[in-house]
Write a protein that binds this ligand. Sequence first.
Ligand code: GLP
Length: 248
Amino acid sequence: MKRIICDSYEDMSRVAADIVEAQIACKPDSVLGLATGSTPLGLYEELVRRHRESGLNFSKVRSFNLDEYYPIGKDHPQSYNYYMNSNLFSKINIAAAYLPDGEADDPMSECKNYDAKIEEAGGIDLQVLGIGVNGHIGFNEPSVSYTITTHLTQLTESTLTANSRNFTDGEAQPETALTMGFGAIFGAKSILLLISGGNKAEVAKKLFDGKIHTDIPAALLHLHPDVTVILDKEAAGGISNLMIENAN
Ligand code: GLP
């Protein structure tokens, strides 16, 4: 697991954009796995800027998002569909972009179809991940066992509390979600995990304490052969100079 510590959130977003851009340069028809939350917003902003100003071309790129609340309407301002459209998809020339359908009548068959679509696309080339304060990736919450396939999951109190900041008072917050499982995430050829902010410092520390904590879903990424973790200095606990090291 390669670790990059950046001085600022902006630097972290630029380094992440460099990695995404390099992926597309090497393979113009890349399949990207994408994440939501506040952390990748800077990355998406930078990708949009490079698309507009330097012609970064997404015309052959396809993407699959990690997760979506369930149930939620596509146009609900807190849906990940809405987030992705407003922050990225409507601003670039991406060939095709998929998210689990938060309005599906039959969530189980939606999950199966989603995995089938990822497989048909040849799997994910580069998976972008954020991390929950409890270590979740996508909506794979801490547990004694982890689901391989895309599935409907119950969100934990920690996640509901952390994400409640996005829902206004009185707005119903879904307590369940559809999320990619460990199969598609670990099937990605390479993985880019972004960790930003002081509230993630504790989980980041545990991620790099030399142990694989099985109650931190992100810690299992130590078992994947090609993972880059980029942290800003708040998440890294105050280490300020840009340093690249091998954390294993
Ligand atoms: C949600 C998403 C995750 C994301 C996490 C962290 O729960 N399902 O994919 O990584 O939020 O979000 P933030 O970056 O806002 O802390």
